[in-house]
Write a protein that binds this ligand. Structure first.
Ligand code: ZN
Length: 966
């Protein structure tokens, strides 16, 4: 039984899906979405309880419950079987805990949805919360927290919470650790599992739950499925828990907090408590203020801070909010010079706010925002059902059903007094200033208890800030000009030809153009990619750094103008690429050409502004220095690429040479870099072929034509390649190294198995292995052996060279030991492969086929897929179809043979590379690993570069003639 109340849910004009709201007899509210075109189905359950409800002394229990619920239920008691079922059928699952919500979600190949949903529903019906998983999962939560301890994002957020009213739940620590979930409760004589069950029973009530179901079937069919599976969830009819009161009382306002971050770089955050915009979401006060204070066009605060050389980024928006309280936050990344001008920057920010207050709320700006938001909503791209379901479910409780899809994204009522009153709250009397810099090291007197962040607090007052305002420089701050990039022409082009794959429509010694009209999405959007293949750009670490600065300077110059395009839904990127640099423009096609021509013009007339060069150089230096603070698993992955990819330059060398680079080096370098070029181009979407051709013709003319052309075509000998090291078979290579950050206790292992060069049949065998082994590896290494929170098995593709890698980050065991556990896992797994029934094999093959047949959901995704084929040089646009055909032929015996040939311990074709990054807890193990004696089939890598030079390379796909015939 369910009531189906007639509510019209506002949906995008272009949206063909059907929606229905139902309320089950236990008061569970459900949104059903029927999409006959979907290949994946998804569900997201939002439970209205989060860490705000954690009992004092049991911090993290809501989050811990989120972990425990996954494991087993009365109906499906086998531990981890939910995850296994999802993973083996092309899906993924996860969950997260916030202040007042816990959200569980998954997606899966559509024909497996019913069983997955049945398993999912059991979390809320009869979970087992097994006693023997309790301690293990507390350790997983602790490992998750260990990872967060060294993250500035987590540290500073907790500091903001710490400096609030202790009586308000905002003050709490959300994640939990061994201390809060085991040690403290034990000391008080509490049993954590007992408390966990108590928490579950008190809070997991159907009337506090919201569910989104996204499926292929009709609404009626989905409805009966949902009623059947979810109506028995218990409801104790408890009220929605609300937390009245403000987290910040007067003593937490007017403060200036200095904090020491882990990473280099200085940040300034200004935070004001404001009236939550959710209470006026049709009037959109937060959107209006965020739009203006975060604006980057000429006359904006960021524009001024940038021209003074003080800031490299600025964000302004509402964050950390519910219906009772909210914060408006402005975050500014400071340069070294900006760090010396904190008071001026704060002064300028208040000047800008003052300007907004004096200008009054502008109707034309509000109307512009409304126009942009409406277009964005009505022409939104389809996203994966997984994220779509989460996005809706996580906010259902806040909005009336009519607005479940719109949420706060479309303000419509112009009410200046509401905006004005929130604007007035952004005053010096309410402000909290958080200022982070390593320069404060040794000057602080306090320590935040959970993350141990060092900080100090000083009080500010109105007159102090008034002084900063009056002494701040007199800059020409003003409101933005009207946005010329707002699309007004949104009709669809009539592309007659139903082309399935990209077609090479143009090829010269200057450029090649691949073109693919939109045949699937029917949106007024297009995608343009131009890859400048410049052989001089990446010939050394030095030229690579210069190319990076070149690309960043371009973006820097374009920003004040092109920022408007971004606001209007037209995006551009210029970035260093493996071949040189790339220009990407995507979004509404109406004004795309104008933007692209501006970008091309800037490249053609490139010059070096020494002040901006200095700012970018400083920022780049900090980024390289901060590589030391990367998580050990990221470090290990980086070393792995460095071993495998020829011509990859390490950041350490780039950091070393950077101080010696000056603006004039770039001035000299740029014409040389551009002097030889080949443009690889791809254009797709709502654009006609002739228009695509004329765009590229224009670009060719700019660079290659005229009396003194900027570029010359490449010499035949100069076409670029991507080469990958070919490891020797029957060999294992080990690279042991210490972690770069001595205060990080985590160690990490990447255990890589190199298999083959791109070839359909081998590809699908490897994919099948990964599909089957993925969950088994997670279960064994993380759940059973508890090696660490970050534990996964994934495929690896370096320019068409395929393999798999196990990645484990751990504080409990050293990487040498974990390497042995990976091998033991492979031994265990061998038996599983032999025991696999024909039926299981067939079902795995089918799951993989279904995953391959999944259609692209939007232009961005489709273009990414084809572009990858072009840029790597494989050009296998029909890859999915060919791999499906290969899978249909594959027999179980062939798959077993593959495993025995390439993966099994001792396999004749086995090639492994283990990167072992030792954290500070495992320095003894590092010493003994390093001094281990040589074995016949094992090579220890001491120096990555001499090793790389000594190895043979695979042939390159890129740059090989004959593959791209017109
Ligand atoms: Zn977690």
């Amino acid at each position: 039984m369910a009531t189906e109340e007639e509510v019209e849910i506002v949906k995008p004009r272009t949206d063909k899906r059907e929606y229905r709201r139902i309320v089950l007899k236990n008061s569970l509210e459900v949104l059903l979405i029927s999409d006959p075109d979907t290949d994946k189905s998804a569900a997201s359950m939002d439970v209205g309880v989060g860490y705000f409800s954690d009992p004092v002394g049991l911090e993290g229990v809501a989050h811990f419950l989120e972990h425990m619920l996954f494991y087993a239920s009365e109906k499906y008691p086998l531990e981890g079987s939910y995850k296994k079922y999802i993973a083996e059928n092309g899906g993924r699952c996860n969950a997260y805990t916030t202040s007042e919500h816990t959200n569980y979600h998954f997606d899966i190949n559509s024909d497996c949805f019913e069983e997955a949903l049945d398993r999912f529903a059991q979390f809320f019906l009869e979970p087992l919360l097994l006693a023997d998983s309790t301690m293990r999962e507390i350790k997983a939560v602790d490992s998750e927290n260990q990872k967060n301890l060294l993250s500035d994002v987590w540290r500073i957020h907790q500091l903001q919470k710490h400096l609030s009213d202790e009586e308000h739940p905002y003050h709490k620590f959300s994640t939990g650790n061994v201390e809060s979930l085991d040690v403290q409760p034990k000391a008080k004589g509490l049993d954590t599992r007992h408390e966990l069950i108590k928490f579950y029973e008190a809070n997991y009530s159907a009337n506090l739950m919201y569910l989104v179901i996204y499926a292929k079937e009709s609404l009626d069919a989905i409805q009966s499925l949902v009623v059947d599976k979810f109506q028995e969830i218990r409801s104790n009819n408890r009220d929605y828990i609300s937390f009245p009161g403000q987290p910040c009382t007067s003593e937490h306002l007017q403060i200036l907090v200095r904090a020491v971050p882990i990473e280099l770089g200085h940040k300034l955050r200004l935070v004001w408590p404001i009236t939550p915009s959710i209470l006026h979401y049709k009037e959109g006060p937060g959107t209006y203020l965020g739009h203006l204070i975060g604006h980057e066009g000429e006359g904006s605060l960021f524009y001024v801070l940038k021209s003074l050389g003080w800031a490299t980024s600025l964000y302004a928006h509402e964050e950390d909010w519910n219906r009772e309280f909210s914060f408006f936050k402005v975050t500014i990344d400071l340069t070294d010079d900006g760090q010396e001008h904190m008071q001026d920057i704060v002064g300028l920010l208040f000047k800008y706010i003052h300007l907004l207050q004096e200008s009054g709320v502008c109707k034309w700006i509000f109307d512009e925002i409304v126009g942009i938001c409406e277009t964005k909503f009505h022409y939104q791209d389809k996203i994966s059902p997984f994220y779509y379901a989460i996005k809706i479910a996580s906010n259902m409780q806040l909005y009336s059903p009519k607005d479940w899809l719109v949420q706060s994204s479309m303000p419509s009522k112009f009410n200046p007094s509401i905006i004005q009153s929130v604007m007035d709250q952004l005053s010096p009397k309410n402000v909290r200033i958080f200022w982070e810099s390593k320069k404060f090291e040794g000057q602080t007197d306090l320590v935040e208890p959970w993350y141990k962040t060092a900080y100090s607090v000083e009080n500010t007052n109105d007159s102090m800030i008034q002084e900063w305002i009056s002494s701040a420089p007199n800059e020409n701050l003003h409101l933005p000009v009207p946005n010329v990039f707002i699309p007004t022409e949104l009709s669809l082009k009539n592309t007659q030809e139903k082309v399935k794959f990209p077609v090479l429509v143009r090829k010269s010694s200057y450029a090649s153009l691949w073109y693919k009209p939109d045949t699937l999405f029917s949106t007024p959007k297009a995608y343009v990619k131009i890859d400048f293949n410049c052989p001089y750009a990446k010939s050394s670490p030095e030229t690579e750094v210069l190319t990076i600065i070149f690309a960043r300077l371009l973006k820097d110059y374009l920003n004040e103008h092109a920022y408007h395009a971004r606001v209007a839904g037209l995006y551009y990127h210029i970035n260093m690429a493996n071949s040189g640099f790339q220009v990407t423009v995507n979004g509404y096609n109406h004004k795309l050409k104008t933007l692209l021509e501006t970008v091309i013009g800037k490249i053609a007339k490139f010059y070096v502004n020494p002040n901006r060069f200095a700012v970018i150089k400083e920022k780049l230096r900090k980024e390289y220095e901060n590589c030391k603070f990367q998580q050990p698993n990221e470090q290990a992955t980086f070393y792995c690429s460095l071993v495998l990819c020829d011509q990859k330059w390490p950041w350490m060398e780039k950091l070393e040479l950077l101080p010696n680079l000056e603006a004039e080096d770039l001035t000299k370098f740029t014409p040389v870099m551009l002097s030889r070029a080949f443009l690889e181009c791809y254009i797709s979407g709502n654009i006609e072929c002739s228009e695509a051709e004329s765009i590229i013709q224009y670009v060719e003319d700019v660079f290659f034509k005229g009396p003194n052309p900027i570029c010359q075509p490449l010499f035949p000998s100069q076409h670029l390649t991507n080469r990958v090291v070919k490891l020797e078979r029957d060999m294992s290579y080990v690279y042991p190294i210490q972690g770069l950050n001595p205060s990080n206790e985590n160690s990490a292992l990447v255990h890589y198995i190199q298999v083959h060069q791109d070839e359909f049949m081998l590809n699908v065998k490897l994919q099948l292995f990964t599909l089957i082994a993925k969950q088994a590896a997670f279960h064994q290494l993380r759940t059973v052996e508890q090696l660490g929170y970050i534990t996964y098995l994934t495929r690896r593709n370096d320019y068409g060279i395929h393999g798999v890698q196990f990645v484990v980050q751990s504080t409990v065991k050293d990487p040498g030991y974990i390497d042995l556990r990976v091998e033991t896992f492979l031994k265990l797994f061998e038996n599983k492969i032999y025991e696999m029934t024909d039926e299981e094999f067939k079902s795995n093959v089918k799951a993989l086929i279904d995953m391959k047949l999944e259609k692209h959901k939007n232009l961005w995704e489709e273009s990414g897929f084809y572009w990858h084929e072009i840029v790597i040089g494989t050009f296998k646009f029909d890859r999915k179809e060919c791999e499906v055909a290969a899978l249909e032929e594959l027999t179980k015996q062939e798959f077993i043979d593959f495993f025995n040939e390439y993966i099994r311990i001792g396999a004749p074709q086995k090639r492994t590379l283990s990167i072992r990054v030792y954290g500070s807890l495992h320095s003894l193990e590092y010493m003994s690993d390093k001094s281990e004696e040589a074995k016949p089939n094992k090579v220890q890598i001491d120096d990555i570069f001499s090793f790389r030079r000594s190895q043979p390379l695979y042939s390159s796909f890129k740059g090989c003639a004959g593959r791209t015939k017109l």
